[in-house]
Design a protein around this ligand. Structure first.
Ligand code: 5GP
Length: 191
């Protein structure tokens, strides 16, 4: 998606070798006009998939998922990071290792909101090692729901998540795929 790549070139900031900061337009301050274009593009790519729910993970996926859901006319569920145990058996739960914080979270979704018959599109801002997506896929599997695929805004294609998940046959649609990046030269895209 050219408009997104241009914005990343203009306003993205590379930190070290593997972190891209996009907090001026994507995951802190949010450019809702851009989000609208992102949502439209996800809708175009998954138009015939019968999506009836969008699943994301808090916090930075929520805004993108909500705007995208307007184009699918469906609800958004965000998996919550929590320390509460599943005592009453009311939630699906899995564990996710955070790329940016380097720690492991318990992540939950209420059983009331996901179940057999749901066709779920997963949305997130970044794909790096794939831990966040794998956690969300696990929740969908536990619920007996159908995974349609994942819509990712920025995939860092030099990290292993995207290749591993595609090898498993999962449909991953990334709007900007970063081939390489450095503080000196900035961001280079796959195509
Ligand atoms: P993964 O689980 O694929 O390793 O990492 C995905 C998650 O880590 C995303 O939900 C995103 O919030 C965060 N993340 C990974 N890489 C980056 C990055 O380069 N920049 C930012 N801002 N977040 C990232």
């Amino acid at each position: 998606m050219e408009m997104l790549k241009e914005r990343i070139r203009k306003d993205g900031v590379v930190k070290g070798t593997d972190v891209l900061k996009v907090d001026s337009f994507l995951n802190h301050q949010m450019d809702i006009t851009l989000f609208g274009e992102i949502g439209k593009e996800f809708q175009r790519r998954f138009a015939d998939s019968g999506v009836n729910k969008i699943l994301t993970i808090e916090a930075s996926g929520i805004g993108i998922a909500c705007i995208t859901a307007q184009y699918f006319n469906c609800p958004v569920i965000f998996a919550k990071k929590t320390q509460t145990k599943n005592i009453a058996g009311e939630v699906y739960t899995t564990q996710v290792e955070s790329f940016t914080h380097g720690r492991i979270y318990d992540v939950i979704v209420s059983k009331r909101f996901l179940g057999p018959g749901d066709r779920v599109l997963v949305i997130d801002d970044f794909l790096a090692n794939g831990a966040a997506l794998e956690g969300l896929f696990d929740l969908i599997h536990q619920a007996g729901a159908e995974l349609v695929g994942a819509g990712i805004v920025v995939e860092k294609a030099f990290q292993p998540g995207g290749a591993r998940l595609r090898e498993k046959g999962i449909r991953i649609e990334s709007l900007a795929r970063v081939k390489s990046m450095s503080e000196e030269t900035g961001v280079e895209f796959v195509d």
